[in-house]
Ligand binder design. Structure first.
Ligand code: GDG
Length: 493
């Protein structure tokens, strides 16, 4: 462990770096792709930042190290902890519960015990390296107990929490045997951020119901105890976004454009390319999308000579049983559709069960006439925003589920209810037949919104609120205090 102290600490389940082993056996650390790292990098560098997280492999121990100006503090998890805290409580209890129980949530007391233990380890690690009065930003549903644990150990800290997934309505949330502990855990933060206004509302309602505290949006009044003063917590929506400029630059690069053209050629130059890009997760509505597409082919409204669906389903949580079952179901459906409707030379669904480099993703977005985001429940859905950012040509149609957080912002998308298969089919037909003028009009609206709220805007908005809310907070506690922002960045809200 290091004796050094840091003014800004991010805590997330996974570290923002991956270990890559070269052919000669030498290992190096590489920044993992993702908006969060990109957004926090400048803050981290300037504010003397550290990042606490798990390395991603069970049983491995790695000492803290510096990477690109960021202190990396790896935590190790045993194989049992990965099974119980991560695959169990995080991904088989909280994930399904918070996504409206699309599949049943599993409640195991041992998983909960492991969740408490591992959360404590994350909190201890952050407390050990945070400087006096430092800002600590805790990320996501795997670490909901960390804010309170941190506050107990270090009342001097400014603590933020951001929930990347939805927060369910009380009727569902109340199933959780540890519902009060989780709420209390989150209330350790000064600011609890959510993707949607509705999520923040659900959280405040749960606080009222379970603890009886007074709430007046966005504030929650946490009463004094024998050892702690009264506090005011902010629970508010901060819709996350992507590195819009970076994504657009990628899409504009000659290599990506050439690849987009090549992709269409390889698909046999169909009139319409439809695209789905998702982690293979039951929340994403991949089955609903395939059902609608298969029915359109069966009805004769679409024809495999004219239309192809490319479905990227990146492997995810393959050790959790529900995910294994989902994979079988999806692959059976794809096989049936291709068997029923494919011809030699024309496959109905191009199904790709592997991850791709970002360049290939950008090329796929450029090659796709219609982007299908049919999530049954989704915190935000960054794929929708990436598609919009890539379409600098103002072409392409986004079909977007109203159950994805992105629907609150992306108003000129074709909105759908994925459970309404007929409605989804009509929207797919409308998208395939849309005039260039209407596509341009809609895409302009989407691009305006995505540009206004990029990931810098998101992180700055959150951190500024955090600095303001924290009692006695001043410029010194604002890690963005003296950061210089370039002219093209939008002004602070
Ligand atoms: C959670 C919440 C919320 C996917 N396949 C490949 C690949 N991806 C990238 C996408 C996108 C990201 O992964 C997925 O982000 P989403 O937002 O769509 O979904 P989740 O993974 O479920 O994320 C979600 C998000 O957190 C952020 O708060 O929006 O609601 O569930 O960036 O492009 N990237 C590459 N190859 C792939 O094969 N390079």
């Amino acid at each position: 462990m290091t004796d050094e102290q840091y003014a800004f600490v991010v805590v997330s389940n996974r570290l923002p770096v991956d270990r890559v082993v070269a052919d000669d056996g030498s290992a190096a650390w590489k920044q993992s792709p993702g908006g969060l790292v990109t957004a926090l990098e400048p803050v981290m560098r300037q504010a003397d930042g550290a990042w606490v997280g798990w390395i991603g492999q069970p049983g491995e121990h790695v000492d803290p190290f510096d990477h690109d100006g960021i202190r990396i503090v790896p935590l190790s998890l045993s194989a049992d902890e990965v099974e119980q805290y991560y695959e169990g409580f995080s991904n088989d209890t909280i994930w399904p519960l918070y996504h409206d129980v699309i599949v049943p949530a599993t409640y195991h007391r041992q998983w909960w015990d492991s969740y408490v233990e591992v959360n404590q380890r994350f909190a201890d690690a952050a407390a050990a390296i945070a400087a006096d009065g430092a800002t600590v930003w805790v990320q996501d549903y795997q670490l909901q107990l960390v804010p309170r644990m941190l506050r107990q150990a270090r009342p001097d800290l400014v603590i933020g929490f951001f929930n990347h997934i939805p927060f369910p309505a009380y009727g569902l949330y109340s199933q959780l045997p540890w519902r009060t502990q989780i709420i209390e855990g989150l209330l350790g933060a000064d600011v609890v951020g959510f993707q949607r206004v509705a999520d923040a509302g659900n959280f405040s309602r749960a606080v009222r119901r379970l603890l009886g505290y007074t709430t007046k949006s966005p504030y929650i009044e946490v009463p004094a105890t024998a050892s702690t003063p009264e506090r005011r917590v902010v629970a508010k929506a901060f819709p996350i976004s992507i590195d819009v400029g970076g994504f657009e630059r990628l899409a504009r690069s000659p290599e990506v454009q050439a690849r987009a053209t090549q992709i269409r050629e390889e698909l046999g130059n169909p009139n319409t390319v439809m695209l789905g890009v998702d982690r293979l997760d039951y929340t994403k509505g991949i089955g609903h999308r395939l059902k609608a597409f298969g029915e359109l082919l069966a009805d004769g409204r679409l024809n495999v000579e004219d239309v192809t669906l490319v479905q990227v389903a990146s492997p995810s949580r393959e050790r959790v049983e529900t995910y294994r079952q989902l994979r079988d179901e999806i692959e059976l459906t794809v096989g049936r559709i291709n068997g029923d409707f494919g011809t030699i030379g024309h496959q109905a669904v191009n199904y790709l069960h592997h991850g791709f480099p970002r360049e290939e993703m950008a090329a796929l977005y450029l090659a796709a006439d219609v982007m299908l985001v049919t999530a049954l429940r989704d915190g935000m859905n960054l794929v929708a925003k990436e598609y919009v950012a890539a379409r600098y040509d103002e072409d392409g149609v986004l079909v977007l589920s109203e159950f994805a957080g992105a629907a609150d912002e992306l108003k000129t998308a074709l909105r759908i209810n994925p459970h309404d298969i007929d409605g989804l089919k009509d929207a797919m037909m409308q998208a395939a037949a849309m005039s260039r003028a209407e596509k341009r009009k809609r895409m302009r609206g989407l691009r305006k919104r995505v540009r206004e709220n990029d990931v810098d805007h998101w992180s700055r908005g959150f951190l500024r609120t955090l600095a303001e809310v924290h009692e006695g907070g001043d410029a010194d506690t604002d890690p963005l205090g003296d950061l210089e922002w370039t002219a093209e960045r939008p002004p602070l809200p």
